[in-house]
Write a protein that binds this ligand. Structure first.
Ligand SMILES: [Zn+2]
Ligand SMILES: [Zn+2]
Length: 299
C-alpha cells in the first residue's frame, strides 16, 4: 500500500442521505486510486452488501461501516462510527439480530417524528397538512425548519424563529424528542459484532471543545476504539489536540471526508479534489487493525 495514497473512511451513499449508490462510490474510489474506503451511512447498513460486491477485484480495500446518532450520558448528542473489518455485510444486515433491530427502531421513530409534531400543533390549535410541509422540503429530508416555514405561510407566526421559540424548540409544546441510541448501547452493539467504535468529527460537537478531552476519556472505558482526527472542517489545532488525546488514551486515528456526493462536498471523495486529503500513512494503525499486516511502500 502506497503510504501517500488517499483513503476515505467516511462516505455516505443513497442508503442514507448520499447522492451516489454504493456501487458508484466504489467505482469512483477505484478511479481516484483510493487505497481504502469505508461506507458509513446514517443508521443503516443496507448499502454495504452492494459495496462489498462492487469492491471485489478493484484494489480498493473496503471496510463495512455505519454512522450512529447517539445520546451522550453526559448530555447532548454525537455521531459514532462503527467499523466492521472482517465482518460480512450480510451479517450486519440481519434484521433479526441486535444491530438490525436497533437500527430499524431508530429509523421508524425518525419517520414518525414529523407527523407527531404536526399532530401536536393541531392539538394546540395550529393545524397543518403534511403536504404543506413537504412542499417546503422540496424533496429534501423533512425537518423542523420546513414545519416552521409552513407555520409562517399560514400566518400562525411572524418569523421562522418564532415558530421554534413558541412551538418547535426543545422544551416547547410541539417538540418531539429525536429517537437516538444511548452511547453505551451503541458502543456495545458495535463491539458485540467485533466492530471498532470511533467518535465521528469530534471537532463539530457542541460547545467550544473544552469538554472534549473529558468526553473522550469517559468513552474509552466504555469501549471507544478511535477518533476521527482528520476531517475537512477540523482546524489544525483540533487535529493536534485529537492526536494528543488519541496517543494518550491509546486510541486509533481515523479520517474521512463525510462525502455525500453533492457539489458542496468541495473536498471530494478521499479529499482528492482539494487541500484536504487523508493519506494511508496518517491512519496506518487503523488500517493495520482492519487489514492485518499491510506493507507500506513509498511509491
Ligand atoms: Zn456525522
Ligand atoms: Zn457522516
Amino acid at each position: 500500500m502506497n503510504r501517500n495514497a488517499p483513503v476515505d473512511l467516511h462516505v455516505h451513499s443513497t442508503a442514507s442521505d448520499g447522492a451516489l449508490t454504493p456501487g458508484a462510490i466504489v467505482e469512483s474510489a477505484a478511479r481516484l486510486g483510493l487505497a481504502a474506503l469505508a461506507i458509513s451511512d446514517h443508521d443503516t447498513v443496507d448499502g454495504l452488501p452492494e459495496a462489498r460486491e462492487a469492491s471485489a477485484g478493484t484494489g480498493v480495500r473496503f471496510v463495512p461501516a455505519v454512522e450512529l446518532s447517539v445520546n451522550l450520558l453526559s448530555g447532548g448528542s454525537a455521531h459514532l462510527l462503527g467499523y466492521f473489518p472482517g465482518v460480512e455485510p450480510d451479517v450486519l444486515c440481519d434484521k433479526s439480530a441486535d444491530l438490525g433491530m436497533a437500527l430499524a427502531r431508530v429509523r421508524a421513530a425518525r419517520d414518525t417524528r414529523n407527523p407527531r409534531i404536526i399532530e401536536k400543533l393541531a392539538q394546540l390549535g395550529f393545524p397543518l397538512f403534511e403536504e404543506e410541509v413537504l412542499e417546503f422540503a422540496g424533496g429534501d429530508v423533512v425537518g423542523r425548519p420546513h414545519i416552521a416555514q409552513a407555520l409562517l405561510a399560514r400566518g400562525y407566526v411572524q418569523t421562522s424563529r418564532e415558530a421554534f421559540d413558541r412551538f418547535l424548540a426543545r422544551g416547547r409544546p410541539a417538540y418531539v424528542e429525536r429517537e437516538r441510541l444511548w452511547e453505551n448501547t451503541a458502543l456495545d452493539l458495535i463491539r458485540s459484532l467485533g466492530g471498532l467504535p470511533v467518535l465521528a468529527h469530534p471537532g463539530l460537537m457542541d460547545g467550544d471543545g473544552r469538554n472534549l478531552p473529558a468526553l473522550i476519556r469517559s468513552l474509552v472505558p466504555r469501549g471507544l476504539s478511535g477518533l476521527e482526527v482528520y476531517y475537512p472542517r477540523h482546524s489544525a489545532e483540533t487535529v493536534a489536540m485529537l492526536l494528543r488525546e488519541a496517543a494518550e488514551a491509546g486510541l486509533l486515528v481515523s479520517g474521512g471526508t463525510d462525502f455525500h456526493g453533492s457539489p458542496e462536498d468541495s473536498a471530494g471523495m478521499g479529499g482528492t479534489q482539494g487541500v484536504f486529503m487523508v493519506k494511508v500513512s496518517q491512519v496506518e494503525g487503523f488500517l493495520r487493525r482492519c487489514f492485518g499486516d499491510i506493507e507500506l511502500t513509498e511509491e
